[in-house]
Design a protein around this ligand. Structure first.
Ligand code: ZN
Length: 66
């Protein structure tokens, strides 16, 4: 038998650095992309895609100073 049933795409998930919740991504993120945790609303920046790794994104202020 050669089952051709659609296999689900590989799950892309990463652990939130703030609350340890599992964040599931719908597609391969890009390095530097911001993802938001659904649990704690933290904004996480993708710092590495292989392996998938995120860090808490710095708060971006509108005021750039200069
Ligand atoms: Zn979180």
């Amino acid at each position: 038998m050669n089952p051709t049933a659609s296999t689900p795409p590989p799950a892309l998930s990463v652990e939130c650095t703030e609350c340890a919740a599992s964040i599931t991504l719908e597609r391969q993120p890009l390095c530097g992309e911001i993802v938001r945790c659904r649990e704690c609303r933290a904004e996480l920046e993708v710092t590495s895609v292989s392996p998938l790794r995120v860090e808490l994104a710095p708060e971006v202020e509108e005021d750039w100073g200069e």
